[in-house]
Design a protein around this ligand. Sequence first.
Ligand SMILES: Cc1cc2nc3c(=O)[nH]c(=O)nc-3n(C[C@H](O)[C@H](O)[C@H](O)COP(=O)(O)OP(=O)(O)OC[C@H]3O[C@@H](n4cnc5c(N)ncnc54)[C@H](O)[C@@H]3O)c2cc1C
Length: 408
Amino acid sequence: MAEFTMELNDEQKEVRDWLHGFAADVIRPAAAEWDEREETPWPVIQEAAKVGIYSLDFYAQQYFDPTGLGIPMAMEELFWGDAGIALSIVGTGLAAVGVLANGTEEQIGTWIPQMYGDANDVKVAAFCSSEPDAGSDVASMRTKAVYDEAKDEWVLNGTKTWATNGGIANVHVVVAVVDPELGSKGHASFIVPPNTPGLSQGQKFKKHGIRASHTAEVVLEDVRIPGSCLLGGKEKLDERLARARERAKQGGERVKNAAMATFEASRPAVGAMAVGTARAAYEVALDYAKTRSQFGRPIIDNQGVAFQLADMRTSIDAARLLVWRASWMAINGKQFTAAEGSMSKLFASETAKKVTAQAVQILGGNGYTREYPVERMHRDAAIYTIFEGTSEIQRLVIARTLSGMPIR
Ligand SMILES: Cc1cc2nc3c(=O)[nH]c(=O)nc-3n(C[C@H](O)[C@H](O)[C@H](O)COP(=O)(O)OP(=O)(O)OC[C@H]3O[C@@H](n4cnc5c(N)ncnc54)[C@H](O)[C@@H]3O)c2cc1C
């Protein structure tokens, strides 16, 4: 187990500086354009692929860093550049982690390369869990997967919503119900291979922020996929379902709101994205406060402004520490006895919302215009308290974990 540390080692610092350079030189200058276009920034993803940032190798290297700091450090730097573009770059990683966590070695080897493509022909992947009537309440999912034994095929039907890269992905990872009696224990994940008939993009959403990231509905109509596309395989699924049925018979509660328990380990990564956006806005505000003069002195000369900046920086550093602690715990197999993953996501995302709003205020009229990046950062920051579990759901998870009570 790696010692917990608050300092990056030399190798990590080198990676951080390299990522920061990419974020500053490639991502940040493109941010306003792709925000206005509301389109996937394919040329930027391609640049990231060329230098090795958009690849499974890079993601896996950071993911398996024994200090746990690889992913949060990478997320913070990329999202410091721009949240929408960075999500377009790391969105595939979320689907890839779904396969890494549940897939067999063969599935990992077959599908993950197809999620990324290569630098000359980049592809993206989507992770489709949320539905119109199943957001926070994942157990209400309706998309069904039915096994056709004669053909060894699964047939998927349903509508997914809010899928990052949904419909434009080469590979979709779809969560579906295989046994409705078991709540979220009766769910399984499937690969929908490229160009599978029956999968189509529904509505593409016009969003408040992270507009360079594509978000859309994914409609599944009699989508037939080979048996080999069930992540983890049929045998493992049957064993898991049998265990869940046994527990249910013995009076085990029907598991509801599985979203609350799952993703605990991946939540610090979202916290790190929020830290990146917050830091970006704080830096712009600090610079501005030192150079903008009113009443014959820089505005930072007023405690009312300087104290805001002091609070902003304090919250950002506190958020990063919570994120790093949870990331270190996750990679070292430490149990989240106080929902530390949720804590880090809750605090960092609320910090990003608050700090970006303060940055807009410090820039005055300029902060309210698209001439300055804090306006975009403020819009972008709102997503962090919503996806991967809303702030209310994080509080629910923390309160339940602390109390051991079924708080509603
Ligand atoms: C830009 C974007 C990208 C996304 N990307 C993906 C993706 O790639 N894949 C994917 O599967 N999903 C994705 N999502 C979906 C996201 O995870 C959901 O939006 C989120 O889980 C919330 O679900 P909901 O929108 O249905 O809100 P709801 O669950 O309807 O919640 C509405 C409000 O009620 C509150 N609430 C609900 N239940 C409770 C409760 N028990 N106690 C207190 N308050 C409660 C919530 O906190 C929230 O404030 C994305 C969403 C967005 C906006």
